[in-house]
Design a protein around this ligand. Structure first.
Ligand SMILES: Cc1cc2nc3c(=O)[nH]c(=O)nc-3n(C[C@H](O)[C@H](O)[C@H](O)COP(=O)(O)O)c2cc1C
Length: 135
């Protein structure tokens, strides 16, 4: 796994899984930029997206809303992910900037780490064949 700042391009990779936490209904700008910058290459290599956010912690039924967080990116870049994994994220104040903490506090967002690594692992296994990877 690489942070986008450390990921150069897709050469040498058989498949790409790229994902992001969410700020105000959208992926981090740095991740969107990496996808846009590599859009051509990402159409040639099996690619899937994932999103981690708090909407699914508040209401696990809101999958359409969370899937839509990547609609504009998909439309603008032409990258067609084979799947978009939708996961619960975390609200650990020590990981956020003061403005971010204040926004989540104003929204009365519950604190905690809501990531379900068993769900992530199951998703990873389920998408492996479509990415041409052995699970
Ligand atoms: C300022 C701010 C805005 C956020 N906006 C949303 C949002 O619009 N929808 C959502 O579901 N989660 C939202 N979140 C929750 C984050 O996506 C979640 O905490 C995620 O796990 C953070 O992971 P990251 O720090 O790696 O991006 C927001 C969090 C912060 C701090």
């Amino acid at each position: 796994m690489l942070a986008v700042g450390d990921a150069s391009d897709t050469s040498g990779y058989d498949a790409v899984i790229v994902g992001s936490g969410v700020r105000a209904g959208s992926w981090h700008g740095s991740v969107k930029k990496w996808v846009a910058d590599n859009a051509g290459a990402l159409t040639d290599v099996p690619t899937t997206f994932f999103t981690a956010c708090l909407t699914l912690q508040a209401d696990p039924g809101k999958t359409d809303e969370v899937r839509a967080y990547t609609d504009a990116l998909i439309q603008e870049t032409g990258v067609k992910p084979l799947d978009v994994g939708l996961f619960k994220g975390l609200n650990e104040p020590k990981l956020f900037s003061l403005p971010e903490r204040l926004i989540l506090k104003a929204l009365k967002s519950p604190q905690g780490d809501f990531r379900e690594m068993d769900v992530v692992a199951a998703w990873t296994r389920s998408i492996a064949p479509s990415l041409g990877l052995h699970s």
